[in-house]
Design a protein. Structure first.
Length: 431
């Protein structure tokens, strides 16, 4: 395979590939031989079908497959060996299609960004935050744990229920005077203030006493997922059957439920966990700030077609219509201008990431991908298997790998930059 590159007018570059006749004929004959050894044709013994017959029946299909494979090979060569990433949809010109006895010649033409200067780390602005955790915040976290691990007991000093209480109710639903049996609930239990029930119902219950009755009218919206209730005016009637409040445990009882040896170890662990969390949040904020500056403060020329393609893609996603609705392709001037501005910022950021990673030998490997996926799985819970299946798809895997490379480049910029250092304390008010 012979490869040649050429810079064309404007932002366009072309890469031509030439496969010799001998190389392609060898592949062609090899494919035919494999077909001959396996194919079954009436009138011939297995493996004894004349090559002429094989070529007549399967030759055209083999030629098409070989040409398609060659196009994919050329594309991979451009991406992996030549390190070229087309910014617009490439035009493919097969100037000499593949035929038996002759080679294949084809050319990719596409837009690229011309050489530009990478932004200097010294041009970036931001803050490096160093967090400490106040004693008051640690006290607050200990109190929350004491309450969390407490037990529910019947009300003693008060009679009316309030947010935070555990409420037991019986409930019936009516449309007019007709009772809806599907809404009957002889025993419903929930924590008041957790927004687990209709807000109007929770508001009516708050402040009631044990065995006190309530009645609430509620108009369900037209888009409610339950067809039984969609757009209907429902009256809920019920009674308070139980009210419990949370009684916090003592510190000794709490420590029996936790892995910490003593209260000092518990407080140290809570302090370190809070500090780690805030450090991570600050790092994310700094990453976002640096990425924003790289996107918006860099100035170099961009291929017009690539910008237009990216802008139109954004507009399409913004106005992606739901099934059954008529798609409106008319966009305001403000929308088009904003889409074009965002497209330019995205393309510049992609170009910076690509050039910076190549210049500084930054890459993303299998261990990076696996590590990030494990981090995501830890917070996915019951949806972990769905997440694994999602990232087994090549396109989704590629997007995650690209995101990892973005983070690596931004982190490298952060390490090389000089940011203002600030000390911050996490208090109770920042919960």
């Amino acid at each position: 395979m012979e490869v040649s590159r050429q810079d064309l007018e404007g932002f366009t570059q072309s890469v031509s590939f030439k496969f010799g006749a001998g190389e392609m004929d060898q592949k062609f004959n090899k494919e035919l031989s494999q077909i001959k050894s396996k194919v079954k044709i009436s009138g011939f013994r297995p493996g004894k079908v004349p090559l002429k017959v094989i070529k007549q029946r399967y030759g055209a299909g083999v030629i098409n497959d070989l040409q398609s494979d060659a196009v994919q090979e050329c594309w991979r060569h451009m991406i992996n060996e030549l390190k070229l990433v087309p910014l617009s949809q490439p035009d493919l010109d097969v100037s000499q299609p593949l035929r038996p006895g002759r080679g294949l010649e084809l050319t990719f033409s596409f837009e690229v960004i011309p050489p530009f200067e990478l932004p200097e780390p010294s041009s970036l602005k931001g803050e490096r935050a160093t967090w400490t955790v106040s004693e008051e915040r640690v006290n607050h976290e200990v109190e929350k744990l004491l309450d969390l691990h407490g037990e529910w007991i019947d009300l003693k000093r008060r009679k009316k229920c309030r947010a935070g209480d555990l409420i037991m109710i019986s409930l019936k639903g009516f449309e007019g005077e007709e009772e809806i049996e599907a809404l009957d609930s002889p025993e419903e239990k929930f924590e008041l203030g957790q927004q687990r029930i209709i807000p109007e119902l929770e508001k009516a219950i708050t402040g009631l006493k044990l065995e006190e009755a309530f009645s609430v009218d509620y108009l369900f919206p037209d888009d409610h997922p339950n067809d039984l209730l969609t757009g209907k005016q429902i009256r809920f009637e019920g009674q308070i059957n139980g009210i419990q409040e949370k009684k916090a445990v003592g510190i000794d009882a709490l420590l029996e439920k936790l892995p910490d040896e003593d209260e000092s170890a518990l407080r140290e662990r809570l302090s370190q966990e809070l500090k780690t969390q805030k450090d991570q949040e600050s790092q994310v904020e700094l990453r976002d700030a640096v990425a924003k500056q790289l996107r918006e403060n860099s100035e170099f020329e961009l291929p017009p077609k690539a910008v237009e393609d990216q802008a139109q893609s954004r507009l399409h996603h913004q106005h992606n219509h739901t099934e059954g609705e008529e798609c409106d392709h008319n966009h305001s001037e403000e929308e088009e201008a904003e889409a074009r501005k965002s497209a330019e910022a995205d393309l510049r950021f992609e170009a910076i990431v690509r050039q910076y990673s190549q210049t500084n030998n930054i890459s993303v490997g299998e261990s990076d991908f696996t590590g990030r996926l494990l981090e995501m799985l830890r917070s996915a819970g019951e949806y972990g298997m769905q997440m694994i299946q999602f990232y087994q798809q090549p396109a989704n895997r590629e997007r995650l790998m690209a995101s990892l490379l973005d983070d690596k480049v931004i982190d490298s910029y952060i390490e090389a930059a000089t940011f203002k250092s600030v000390d911050r304390e996490l208090g109770v008010e920042e919960e």
